[in-house]
Design a protein around this ligand. Structure first.
Ligand SMILES: [Ca+2]
Ligand SMILES: [Ca+2]
Length: 365
């Protein structure tokens, strides 16, 4: 960057340039400038070098002082603001970052979860103005969900119970049978209003994601969708909520901040962040279509939790218990500190003698 206008003036004074206008020279200068800029763009030269190159080329060309000054100003401005290397560089290594590579690269032990999707059959979009806080439907496929290698659907075939043990349509075991299609024999219809289903993973698991398909044949949104995990089937111990769109707490499980969403063939993926639990409950209270509650499939992606380490008593070797009394050498007049004992009175006389002999007396065990 040129520091002040004196630089300009001094530079031009020293330059022996012809200030007669010449169209041919102007055209040549234009070509040289474009060439310099193109070259700078390709090679990502440092802005200072570019400015010097341009200035040298200009100074070789006979042109008016005004034109040269204007070109220099433009070059300086562009050089400072646009021709500086635009490639992002790594602050630590100084090398360019690859395009599109996020900083938070997945750890090597993470892999995309393989979620088998059913056939998309839905037609139309959910346009129900009764649904507040409705999530905007994405027109792109869901991005891969990363979880530790070995994560799989641990809910497959696991027992399902429900607040409605006798569904109106279907059987509860259909919720974990891996069939996610929308055929008449593929969904379960529970009673109206607030209902829930519960899956017992039969052991403690690290849960990374829960994917739920209520009913994706039509565009609809279910109300009061709350998903919780717990350590016990009564949901008393260590209850944690991983999804809640009950914005008015009508289900009594707390005010939810998650959005209502339209059912799709991709199901609703809920990030469980590796929480440890054995039981999962999914609540709902009817949908935009009717008061009934439906489930086609629930998948729980996780891994068995490592068994807790057994606690064993420490084997501490103790010295034999053999109380005895004796004399310990020490400096005269500074008997070793000791706790008062009932035996103390028995040795006072001895201590007195020991002191006179240059020894201190201590009780030790
Ligand atoms: Ca099913
Ligand atoms: Ca509600």
């Amino acid at each position: 960057m040129l520091k002040d206008k004196n630089d300009f003036e001094e530079m031009f004074q020293l330059s022996k340039i012809n200030d007669e206008p010449n169209p041919a020279h102007r055209a040549k200068l234009r070509w040289q400038m474009l060439s310099a800029f193109n070259k700078a763009g390709r090679e990502t030269l440092q802005s200072q070098i570019i400015r010097q190159n341009i200035r040298r080329k200009i100074m070789k060309s006979p042109i008016t002082k005004l034109a040269a000054a204007a070109v220099l100003i433009v070059a300086v401005i562009i050089g400072a603001h646009q021709l500086t290397p635009s490639t992002a560089t790594n602050e630590k290594t100084g090398s360019p970052d690859p395009i599109g590579t996020p900083d938070d690269k997945p750890a090597s032990n993470m892999a995309p979860v393989d979620i088998k999707l059913p056939m998309p059959v839905q037609v139309g979009t959910l346009e129900d103005h009764r649904v507040p806080n409705l999530e905007k439907k994405s027109d792109k496929p869901r991005p891969p969900f990363l979880a530790p290698v070995g994560t799989k659907n641990v809910a497959l075939g696991k027992p399902v119970s429900s607040s409605d043990e006798e569904p109106i349509i279907g059987e509860l075991e259909m919720i974990t049978d891996s069939d996610k299609e929308t055929a008449d024999g593929s969904y379960v219809e529970l009673g109206p209003f607030a209902q829930h289903v519960m899956i017992d993973l039969e052991a403690l698991h690290n849960i990374y994601a829960v994917v739920v398909w209520h009913y994706h044949k039509q565009p609809r949104a279910y109300f009061d969708v709350v998903v919780q995990v717990a350590d016990d089937p009564d949901f008393i111990t260590n209850v944690r909520t991983i999804f809640n769109n009950d914005i008015d707490n009508s289900a009594g499980l707390g005010v939810g901040k998650d959005k209502h969403y339209g059912e799709t063939y991709e199901g609703k993926l809920i990030d469980a962040k590796g929480l440890q639990a054995r039981y999962i409950r999914l609540h709902s209270a009817g949908s935009t279509s009717n008061d009934m509650n439906h489930y086609i499939e629930v998948e729980v992606y996780g891994k068995p939790a490592a068994p807790p380490e057994k606690l064993v008593p420490l084997d501490i070797k103790l010295p034999e218990f053999s109380p005895c009394y004796g004399l310990l050498p020490g400096r005269a007049g500074q008997p070793r500190k000791r706790s008062a004992t009932t035996s103390e009175h028995m040795v006072l006389k001895t201590q007195g003698r020991a002191k006179r002999l240059g020894l201190s007396f201590a009780l030790f065990v």
